[in-house]
Structure formats: C-alpha cells, structure tokens
Design a protein around this ligand. Structure first.
Ligand code: FES
Length: 97
C-alpha cells in the first residue's frame, strides 16, 4: 500500500508502478503542494518514511535541487519520484515553507 500524508490529511491507496508520487496524490484527491512538475520548484518535496527501495533513483533534477544529505536522509521531489515496484510505501509532504 502507498500511504500519503500531508499536514491536513492522510490517505492510503494501491501504488501504481510507473506513476510518480505526485501523480498518486493528484489522482487520489490528496492536496499536495506543487508547481513546476519538472523538479525545480521543490514545492512537492517529501520525506520517504518507508519503501525507498521501491522507488526510482533520484533524478538529475533532484540531485541538483536537493542537498546530498537530504537525499541520503530520504527526502525526494514527489514529481520526480516514480513507483517502480509495489509494496509498503509511506510518504510525507515536507515542503520547505
Ligand atoms: S512540482 Fe516542482 S519540483 Fe516537483
């Protein structure tokens, strides 16, 4: 299952391989702040609490927008982060502001 959490809500859904975390939020009516969808604004920034190995590796955009320490700790950009494999995934929206 894929669990999405924001400050206001929490929703669980079946993960769909090939879709980004942001795609899942939009498809399931989870209010998830975003703007560019290209990995530059970082408004979709999130923390992967569970299931990091079920997601795509950080994209070039994430590598340049996020600090290496953030990526190491489990922060990603939801618009760049693609579900590769089904399983238990938990993601919390963590924009900078
Ligand atoms: S929506 Fe802008 S970085 Fe993801």
């Amino acid at each position: 299952m894929l669990e999405l959490k924001t400050r206001k809500t929490q929703k669980t859904m079946e993960p769909v391989t090939g879709l980004s975390i942001l795609d899942h939020a939009l498809k399931n009516d989870v209010e998830w702040g975003f703007s560019c969808t290209r990995g530059t604004c970082a408004r979709c920034r999130c923390y992967i609490a569970e299931g990091r190995d079920l997601l795509s590796l950080p994209s070039d955009e994430e590598e340049s927008r996020l600090e290496p320490e953030e990526i190491e700790q489990g922060y990603r950009l939801a618009c760049q982060c693609i579900v590769k494999q089904s399983g238990a995934i938990s993601v919390t929206h963590k924009p900078y502001f």
